[in-house]
Design a binder for this molecule. Structure first.
Ligand code: COA
Length: 376
């Protein structure tokens, strides 16, 4: 038996983390409706829910937030590595991946218990906003700005800008992080599980997952979608741009999804609402209108093929209104999804079996080895 291409439809583990009911247009994290979490929860609370399997009590949440705050600055060598990556002209997602990998340095990794791995996951999650903010400031020739920590999203924006964001901006990013925190057995979560199954440490797991996320068919689409909207530049040019792309046989970033082929991604509605709120806050509707134009035009052209807009379309609009440089869209995604990666790695490790599939050989056998001299 050979698995279908792309492992489409193949379940690789049982899970209690996320249920995606594509037909009903519903997503549940640990049984809780994502729409309700987006409305009422915070990223920190949602991360706790994903990692520990239940909502925290007040004192637990306070303790968790205090822990994230105390771990927000990574070890010195990690901070320096992010600065070095900036001066070498690295892409921010590569700088983040390297920084997470280096978090293993100087730490005793011999304890691979669930508690120790969870602690490493929390350390990585806590440090990611500062690493990305520091990297971006370093490449702009600015000194690090370590803001007061009042939440993952607020802290990231404040450390990036060197000044406090408008609370509405911080909340929009917070909701975005909740939405980005988890999404079932996607490519990067599968990568996380695969690496975790070798008993590699949590830093290795998250480093590998970041590599997966980078690809343009996965998280990288949120950068490509932003580049597309910038290139289109005017809602009037949507049709012309899309027609040209499709005629050249190219895909439209921010459209299509392996598991949403009969209707749009349920997260779209939440993100569209956030994008609208930010457009109003900024008094600037251009990117929103281009994204809406794309949703309508591409939708009319490709819905018959099961192609609908995905989260990356409006995520790129949100990041734009938050003033993020386009290439930070991807590490911003990673700093939210790290909670999901760690949760999947821990869940799998609780009943670990090394992931080691097989393949079907279709090449020749018994070829005669020709010495180099004879091959000319
Ligand atoms: C996400 C994605 C990889 C899912 O791919 P998939 O499930 O393997 O879908 P398929 O490659 O089987 O695509 C089915 C058909 O739709 C077309 N298609 C898929 N996504 C498309 C897009 N974004 N634009 C135009 N056509 C697209 C394919 O070319 C294919 O057409 P064909 O049947 O004429 O060959 C794919 O939709 C894509 O590349 N999207 C753009 C990148 C993106 O936004 N990624 C983020 C995902 S959250």
């Amino acid at each position: 038996m050979i698995a279908p291409p792309g492992l489409e439809g193949v379940a690789v583990k049982e899970t209690k983390i996320c249920l995606i009911d594509a037909d009903a247009g519903k997503i549940y994290y640990r049984g809780y409706d994502l729409e309700e979490l987006a409305e009422r929860s915070t990223y920190e609370e949602t991360a706790y829910l994903l990692l520990y399997g239940r909502l925290p009590r007040r004192a637990e949440l306070e303790e968790f937030r205090a822990r994230l705050a105390s771990l927000r600055r990574p070890p010195r060598h990690v901070e320096e590595a992010a600065g070095l990556a900036a001066s070498a002209g690295a892409e921010p997602i590569d700088a983040l991946r390297t920084a997470v990998s280096l978090m293993a340095a100087g730490e005793d990794l011999s304890d691979r218990s669930a508690e120790a791995e969870l602690a490493r996951g929390i350390k990585a999650i806590a440090a990611m906003p500062y690493v990305v903010a520091h990297f971006d400031r370093a490449r702009r020739g600015l000194k690090p700005a370590d803001a007061e920590y009042r939440g993952h999203a607020q802290y990231f924006l404040a450390s990036l800008r060197g000044e406090e964001p408008d609370p509405k901006e911080a909340r929009a990013l917070d909701v975005m992080f909740i939405v980005y925190a988890e999404h079932g057995m996607n490519n990067s979560s599968f990568t996380a599980v695969t690496v975790a199954s070798t008993l590699a440490d949590m830093y290795a797991v998250i480093t590998a997952a970041i590599s997966s996320l980078k690809g343009p068919l996965h998280g990288g689409a949120n950068v490509d979608a932003a580049k597309m909207i910038a290139e289109i530049g005017d809602p009037e040019r949507v049709a012309e741009w899309v027609d040209k792309q499709l005629a050249a046989g190219r895909r439209i970033p921010g459209f299509g999804h392996r598991i949403y082929k009969r209707g749009p991604d349920p997260r779209l509605k939440i993100l569209k609402g956030l994008a609208k709120g930010l457009a109003e806050l900024k008094g600037d509707f251009a990117w929103l209108e281009i994204a809406e134009g794309l949703e309508e035009y591409v939708g009319a052209k490709l819905a018959a093929k099961g192609i609908y807009p995905n989260t990356d379309l409006y995520a790129s609009v949100i990041f734009h209104y938050l003033g993020l440089p386009v290439d930070l869209n991807l590490p911003a995604f990673a700093m939210a999804r790290a909670a999901g990666w760690a949760a999947h790695a821990l869940e799998y490790r609780a009943q670990n079996r090394l992931i080691r599939p097989t393949e079907r050989y279709v090449g020749p056998v018994n070829l005669r080895y020709q010495p180099l001299e004879e091959r000319g």
